[in-house]
Write a protein that binds this ligand. Structure first.
Ligand code: EPU
Length: 341
């Protein structure tokens, strides 16, 4: 049954722990319930504008939401097809992402283990193209099944139509926000293979390659994350606050004159080089510093945290101060990865 709440606190629905309210909050459990919700939005039984959230792990609310907040409770994992090498699964948008990864590891399915521990849900993972330790969810996705909340019609997007790039998809563009993810179809490997190229992971396994297993990779990723990223249940945050900036090679060369050790990663798509936003922020002296109740995490400068009782506006003010310092010192503009509302 549809769950509809009026004048509802979103405190439990955003990992920054910001206490804002929404005029209406709706949780649906099926495509039919989402269609019914779309009809209620169209005829005004639910207030507009609407906003769809997942686990709230990539959101910063700076004010109350004047309309309706939607949240998927579509669960389930269905095996559609398998052969000797792969298994194709369809997963409900409301499944907790890390529960899915745990399930893959338990069943011996390869491909998602480097994405262990990422907060949020499957639908949002496909919108955001979540990534970590050299893997992005787009590497697994075959198609994304959606409902167009504007006209109530179902539409399936093949992976090639999703416009995937670094933390990017067409679903993030304002004209496509009407497509709400119902489920995501992913292809997992059945043959043993690992992606251990990311430095922190290769270092972890360097003397113990014979021990590598799906379960150990998951544990390694969880422990690396644990050493750098705050547990949202303890310290409010939304993971990385900014994306890592991609700059032209000429800009890197200019920066190298003054900072020869600046970390960078060549981009395979010819767009330039990716710099580490965390490094840039740390060089500006922000690591571990705070502005009121909003802070820069002392173990990972790319993570902004709620030190307790911060408002969304406090976090935004800190983000602007950090961004402005990075711009004036390095001439590089940082862009929020977090959706600021
Ligand atoms: N660095 C510093 N100081 C810091 C933080 C980072 O100098 O305080 C430098 C170091 O050189 C380090 C490098 O940045 O070697 C990379 O740091 P890290 O491995 O922690 O990764 P990141 O680039 O800061 C990205 C993702 C994370 C993801 C990790 C691991 C983005 C915006 N963030 O962070 O994703 O877990 O790589 O793959 O791409 C998220 O999106 O919320 C997120 C946590």
């Amino acid at each position: 049954m549809l769950r509809i709440e009026r004048d509802y606190s979103l405190l439990g629905h955003n990992t920054f722990g910001i206490d804002v309210r929404t005029s209406a909050f709706v949780e649906y459990h099926s495509e039919e319930e989402l269609s019914e919700t779309a009809a209620m939005l169209a005829d005004g039984r639910l207030p507009s504008p609407w906003l769809h959230i997942g686990g709230g792990s990539n959101l910063l609310f700076t004010k109350d939401w004047p309309g309706t907040v939607l949240h998927s409770r579509i669960t389930g994992l269905e095996v559609l097809y398998s052969d000797a090498d792969t298994v194709t699964v369809r997963v409900g948008s409301g499944v907790v992402w890390d529960d899915f990864v745990g399930e893959c590891v338990d069943r011996g399915w390869y491909g998602a283990e480097n994405l262990s521990g990422i907060p949020g849900e499957v639908g949002a993972a496909a919108v955001q193209n979540i990534g970590a330790y050299g893997t992005e969810v787009k590497d697994l996705i075959l198609s994304v099944e959606t409902l167009n909340v504007g006209n109530g019609k179902r539409r399936v997007f093949e992976a090639a139509e999703c416009g995937y790039g670094y933390r990017r998809s067409i679903f993030k563009q304002s004209e496509n926000k009407r497509y709400v993810v119902l489920s995501v179809t992913m292809r997992m490997g059945l043959k043993e293979h690992y992606n251990l190229e990311y430095k922190a992971l290769s270092t972890f396994f360097k003397d113990n390659m014979q021990d590598v297993s799906l379960r150990l990779v998951r544990e390694a990723v969880l422990s690396i994350r644990d050493s750098k990223l705050p547990d949202p249940a303890v310290i409010g945050s939304a993971g990385s606050f900014f994306t890592n900036p991609v700059v032209p090679v000429a800009k890197l060369q200019e920066l190298q004159q003054q900072w020869p050790d600046i970390p960078y990663y060549a981009q395979t798509d010819g767009t330039g080089v990716k710099l580490s936003a965390g490094w840039l922020i740390e060089q500006c002296g922000w690591k571990g510093r705070s502005l009121g109740r909003a802070g820069v995490y002392d173990r990972q400068a790319l993570v902004l945290v709620n030190l307790g009782g911060a408002s969304g506006a406090d976090i935004k003010r800190l983000a602007e101060a950090v961004r402005s310092d990075v711009r004036s010192r390095f001439g590089v503009d940082l862009h929020p990865e977090v959706n600021i509302l």
